[in-house]
Design a protein around this ligand. Structure first.
Ligand code: COA
Length: 415
């Protein structure tokens, strides 16, 4: 079966996490992704957080599947010529260098357009135009500047960053959408365009509900589903809400059987209004279904802490999986707190290709997260990440270079 992006060639100038997330997705959808790296060094993550000496790290392998790797010194004049040839034959250039690095290499938007007017140039940057546009940015900087950290954690503690890489991988996802959209627009205009995904913007987009809450707070001075209500105080900005649900159905994380020794023996429990009577039955508080202090969502808001304490008395008598099985029978929305170990071992995730075992010539077998987006007519086969420069000769030959020319360029340090 063919792939959705068959025929699309990506010149991949990305490194670390944000950009590689984007180009890995495009590769999984069928694009030919040619990753350009510096000879002898490559993407810095090849050597970061290594678990096996001298072998590409999991950090690198898990973000660079299905790509080809070529080494080019883009500051060498002959290397620049190779890059020009690639620009002329590719559809998209994706990069996440620090601001200005591509221009300093001599590849400004104008220059790229002159070489290939159909070229789409897609960039991840830390910030869009403004006071911080020249700054280098990593994941947690974006989480802090995009509103995630100030709204995560508990009221009485400091801001907290999330384990979910919403700044890096999240922005990579945003960029991938921008690229396929630009490719679509090119089918009618015939022209390339620039695509920018700033990490601050990407994080803020994912924190949209908190900007909603900021405005609700300013208008009403309170937010009744936040844990600060009714006994705490609200300040001028959206406070940290602990584990409160971000939506209109109150939720909280509750202890389950074994919580004293297992740090993940917890369940997320949502007191969804339509199933309130069933919740009351399950936890043995049938009277709450008709008690005017508990019967309606509005009446329950001042009592949420007590309600969750009562539900927790019930969840603590069950393991998280036993509680799930019972609650699901009654359509009560809930979710187990799964550890990475449990996720890695979950058979259903293996079956769908969301967790995949990959074989690598130097490291052997390892697990990775497969394509989370499933297309029925474009199935994903996860292929191992390339070794540094593994495809340099192959790609150079496709560009029309002879073996002698390739060898001369290598001697000159251009590739
Ligand atoms: N040949 C020659 N030079 C190359 C090259 C190649 N194949 N590939 C990269 N380089 C050069 C660049 O031209 C740049 O040189 P310059 O600074 O002289 O212009 C240099 O390598 C380093 O690039 P830079 O992006 O500045 O790397 P860094 O390690 O200093 O910074 C980041 C890393 C992630 C902080 C930075 O790239 C950044 O802010 N990126 C945008 C935001 C982002 O994506 N952050 C998240 C990363 S997960």
């Amino acid at each position: 079966m063919g792939k959705a992006l068959d025929g699309v060639r990506i010149l991949d100038f990305t490194h670390v996490q944000s950009g590689p997330t984007c180009t890995q997705l495009l590769a999984w959808f069928g694009a030919d992704v040619i990753k350009v790296e510096r000879a002898g060094a490559g993407d810095i993550t090849r050597e970061q957080l290594r678990d096996i000496p001298d072998v590409d790290s999991l950090y690198f392998t898990m973000l660079n599947h299905n790509k080809r790797s070529v080494t080019i010194d883009t500051k060498n004049p002959e290397g620049k010529q190779v890059l020009e040839a690639l620009i002329q034959t590719c559809d998209v250039l994706v990069e996440n260098f620090a601001p200005g690095a591509l221009d300093r290499m001599g590849f400004t938007w104008e220059r790229i357009q002159a070489l290939n007017p159909r070229m789409i140039v897609a960039s991840v940057k830390g910030f869009g135009p403004g006071p911080y546009e020249d700054c280098k940015v990593y994941e947690n900087v974006a989480q802090c500047a995009g509103g995630a950290a100030s709204t995560t954690g508990f009221d009485d503690g400091p801001p907290v960053v999330s384990g979910a890489q919403i700044g890096d991988s999240g922005t990579g996802l945003h960029l991938a959408l921008g690229i396929v959209t630009a490719l679509y627009q090119r089918t009618s205009t015939g022209r390339g365009q620039r695509v920018l995904a700033a990490m601050q913007d990407g994080v803020l987009n994912l924190c949209r509900v908190k900007l909603r809450d900021q405005q609700r707070l300013e208008r009403t001075g309170t937010m009744k589903e936040y844990p600060q209500y009714p006994n705490g105080t609200f300040g001028e900005a959206v406070p940290r809400a602990g584990n409160a649900s971000g939506g209109g159905q109150p939720g909280w994380i509750l202890k389950c059987k074994g919580w004293e020794t297992d740090p993940n023996a917890y369940i997320y429990f949502i007191t969804q209004a339509p199933v309130w009577a069933k919740i009351c039955n399950v936890i043995g508080k049938e009277e709450w279904a008709t008690d005017p202090d508990y019967a309606t969502p509005a009446a329950r808001l001042p009592h949420l802490k007590d309600i969750f304490a009562e539900i927790e008395r019930w969840t603590m008598t069950k393991t998280k999986f036993e509680a799930m099985a019972i609650l699901n029978k009654y359509d009560i929305p809930c979710g187990p707190i799964l550890s990475m170990k449990e996720i890695a071992e979950e058979p259903s995730l293996r079956k769908t290709g969301t967790i995949v075992e990959v074989d690598h010539p130097l490291r052997g077998k390892y697990l990775t997260v497969g394509n989370p987006i499933k297309l029925s007519d474009s199935p994903t086969e996860v292929k191992r990440s390339p070794l540094l420069g593994e495809h340099t000769d192959e790609v150079m030959a496709e560009l029309g270079y002879s073996p002698e020319q390739i060898s001369a360029l290598r001697t000159a340090g251009a590739i």
